[in-house]
Design a protein around this ligand. Structure first.
Ligand code: NAD
Ligand code: ZN
Ligand code: ZN
Length: 379
């Protein structure tokens, strides 16, 4: 038992008080974990575009004041009632979507959409008692996607915690807790390209390049990277992207450009932008007869996907995925092992690092479209 178990912990957290305003480092009180909850000491966290969307709250509903953050790695500080599989000191990755192991989804081989713990961006409280575990002088501060990792300590449902190899470097594998696993799984678990096939990836941020990494591992022979920001192309070369398309360079739809490049369309496409037009292009650029498109980006809340039904009749398939279809507790430890065995390369995704006090710099970098992942060091 740690000396802090059962006590309120006072620590630093980056609080989003209002949409679009810089986060403020505050001293917060973190209550002990309750039934089926775990309190984690976060050591490293990074910024994913989903945090930025809910911080900007332009296109999404969001709850304030809130502690954002969902891509992270840490150590179990204490566990609540009923938690048997984790003990203080375990090395873990918190995940924005969970695995209760009891619902129909968790029992299905095909789904990771746990009924109890699936992603919920509007909920700012814990499911056990519908209350927050964070406060400042008694005023509640809300949670984000059940993780709130922009805090030195956080409380998470045990079903949203993956226990990993204690030898894995947490400053690297933290990026597996969302973006990279999402992109990787979208390719390996959902699009499933065969060796020698062609794959288009829309959006060359960390999620898209995670999808590219999956295409490389699957042995795709052509990997076409699509992005509106040509500055992304230089970085993407390190990931094995073979051709680049900037939709701005053409005066026809990008799906037509790709169809011409590939004699009718790519075998697989993976959309990692969140832009509705890119989603439609990603679907319409797959080959008829066998092409499969996978949507990963989080769309604007009012977005509507429009395409002609003939595109489906012509035997194209459209799919979507959260967290690359990985079941966090069951599957994430083996993704960490892929990195430990040097099959998966993570270093190339990490382009910046800042101390926790400078967390707003990570937001500035993402807004400018600079770099891929910025690691935020808590200590
Ligand atoms: N489904 C999931 O489980 C899941 C998990 C994590 C992230 N996401 C989502 O994935 C997306 C990517 O996240 P990220 O962290 O890599 O973001 P990012 O901002 O680093 O990368 C997005 C890239 O898309 C490009 N882009 C934007 N609009 C485009 C368009 N119309 N055509 C071509 N390129 C375009 C941008 O220039 C940028 O390079 C976001 O929407 C994020 O919310 C989804
Ligand atoms: Zn994310
Ligand atoms: Zn479940």
């Amino acid at each position: 038992m740690s000396s802090t178990a059962g006590q309120v912990i006072k620590c630093k957290a980056a609080v989003a008080w209002e949409p679009g305003k810089p986060l403020v480092i505050e001293e917060v009180e973190v209550a002990p974990p309750q039934k089926m909850e775990v309190r984690l000491k976060i050591l490293f966290t990074s910024l994913c575009h989903t945090d930025v969307y809910f911080w900007e709250a332009k296109a999404q509903d969001s709850v304030f004041p809130r502690i954002l953050g969902h891509e992270a790695a840490g150590i179990v500080e204490s566990v609540g009632e009923g938690v048997t599989e984790l003990v203080p000191g375990d090395h873990v990755l918190p995940v924005f979507t969970g695995e209760c192991r009891q619902c129909a989804h968790c029992k299905s081989e095909e789904s990771n959409m746990c009924s109890l713990l699936r992603i919920n961006t509007e909920r700012g409280v814990m499911i056990n008692d519908e209350k927050t575990r964070f406060s400042i002088n008694g005023k509640p501060i809300y949670h984000f996607v059940g993780t709130s990792t922009f805090s030195e300590y956080t409380v998470v449902h045990v079903g949203c915690v993956a226990k990993i190899n204690p030898l894995a470097p947490l400053d690297k594998v933290c990026v597996l807790s969302c973006g990279i696993s999402t992109g990787l799984g979208a390719t390996l678990n959902v699009a499933k390209p065969t060796k020698g096939s062609s794959v288009a990836v829309f959006g060359l941020g960390a999620v898209g390049l995670g999808a590219v990494e999956g295409a490389r591992l699957a042995g795709a022979s052509r990997i076409i990277g699509v992005d509106l920001n040509s500055a992304r192309f230089e970085e993407a070369k390190k990931f094995g992207v073979t051709e680049f398309v900037n939709p701005k360079d053409y005066n026809k739809p990008v799906q037509e450009v790709i169809a011409e490049m590939t004699d009718g369309g790519v075998d697989r496409s993976i959309e990692c932008t969140g832009n509705i037009n890119a989603m439609i292009s990603a679907f319409e650029c797959v080959h008829d007869g066998w092409g499969i498109a996978v949507l990963v980006g989080v769309p604007h809340k009012d977005a509507v996907f429009k395409t002609h039904p003939m595109n489906f009749l012509n035997e194209r398939t459209l799919k979507g995925t959260f967290f690359g279809n990985y079941k966090p507790r069951s599957d994430l430890p083996s993704v960490v092992e892929m990195y430990m065995k040097k099959e998966l390369e993570l270093e190339k995704f990490i382009t910046h690092e800042v101390p926790f006090a400078e967390i707003n710099k990570a937001f500035e970098l993402m807004l400018k479209g600079e770099g891929l992942r910025c690691i935020i060091r808590m200590e």
